[in-house]
Structures are given as structure tokens and as C-alpha cells.
Design a protein around this ligand. Structure first.
Ligand code: SF4
Length: 146
């Protein structure tokens, strides 16, 4: 039988893919989509491994950059490529649930830092920005609404 599809941040599903080597499983999310075909999404773990150096969103010259916290490496292009490749493979879905506050997955909740790493606001992670463009018809939610 045809099932609806839900793209969900993999750490919310119990995958051990967070930067700190942990998961962030949220049962309410898993239960809400029990009838769906689940498409786990995590752009960071395949690129950087788990555990890995933490990354942050920095606003430099009005442009978002994703930069590693200790080695100060700009990984924006790498992440963009990974996320866009995912969107090519999974071009259709019926729901999207992303992990709040993440530099990749956060939707309106991710700390935005200036060049001195002071928090200057909150916004989207890079995946949420790309998903808004790629899946304009799908409402993006995070785990906090479940
Ligand atoms: S928040 Fe996103 S990038 Fe970070 S571990 Fe979860 S799925 Fe991966």
C-alpha cells in the first residue's frame, strides 16, 4: 500500500549521529509518523563522522557560514553539497521534522553568531534553508511541536 513519506532528522529517530556521539530520540515524533515511510536525514555524520567537532552558524558579511568550533574550518560548501544530493534522491515527501537548534537542522531556533562568536539572533540551519527552497509545498516542523 502507498505510504506517505516523512523526512525526519535521524537523531530524533534514535540514530547515534550527533556531534557528541549521542542520540536525541523523541518517541512522540516516532509515534506520530508510525504510518509513514520514514526517510532519515543527517548531513553531518556521513561527512564528519560521529563523534565530531561541533559546528556553528556564523554570519559574516550578511552571509551564513557553517564553521567548525575549534579548527575554524568553513564546511558550508560540503554541507550544501551533501544536503542537495539528499534532495535530489528524495525529491518528494509529505512531512519534514527537523531537530531544533542544530546548525544543520534547526528551523528558526539555531543560534546565529557573529565573527566573534557572540549570539546575534536565531534562525535556520543550512538544511532548513535548503529544504525551504527544495520543498516549498511542505510544512517544516521540529520536535518541539510533538
Ligand atoms: S541535528 Fe541534524 S545534523 Fe545534527 S545529528 Fe541530528 S540529524 Fe544529524
Amino acid at each position: 500500500m502507498f505510504k506517505k513519506k516523512a523526512i525526519i532528522s535521524a537523531c530524533l529517530l534514535g540514530e547515534v549521529c550527533r556531534y557528541d556521539g549521542k542520540t536525541k530520540e523523541v518517541n512522540a515524533v516516532i509515534e506520530a509518523f508510525v504510518e509513514y515511510q520514514i526517510i532519515p536525514f543527517c548531513p553531518e555524520a556521513p561527512l564528519f563522522g560521529t563523534p565530531r567537532e561541533r559546528i556553528s552558524v556564523l554570519i559574516i558579511g550578511d552571509v551564513k557560514h557553517i564553521i567548525t568550533d575549534e579548527s575554524s574550518k568553513d564546511v558550508t560548501a560540503l554541507l550544501r553539497e551533501e544536503i542537495e544530493a539528499f534532495c535530489e534522491v528524495y525529491s518528494n515527501a509529505d512531512a519534514i521534522v527537523l531537530k531544533s537548534k542544530s546548525p544543520s537542522c534547526g528551523f528558526g531556533t539555531t543560534p546565529l553568531l557573529d565573527a566573534k562568536r557572540e549570539v546575534i539572533g536565531f534562525g535556520n540551519g543550512i538544511a532548513a534553508d535548503i529544504f525551504l527552497e527544495r520543498y516549498p509545498q511542505i510544512k517544516i516542523e521540529d520536535e518541539t511541536v510533538f
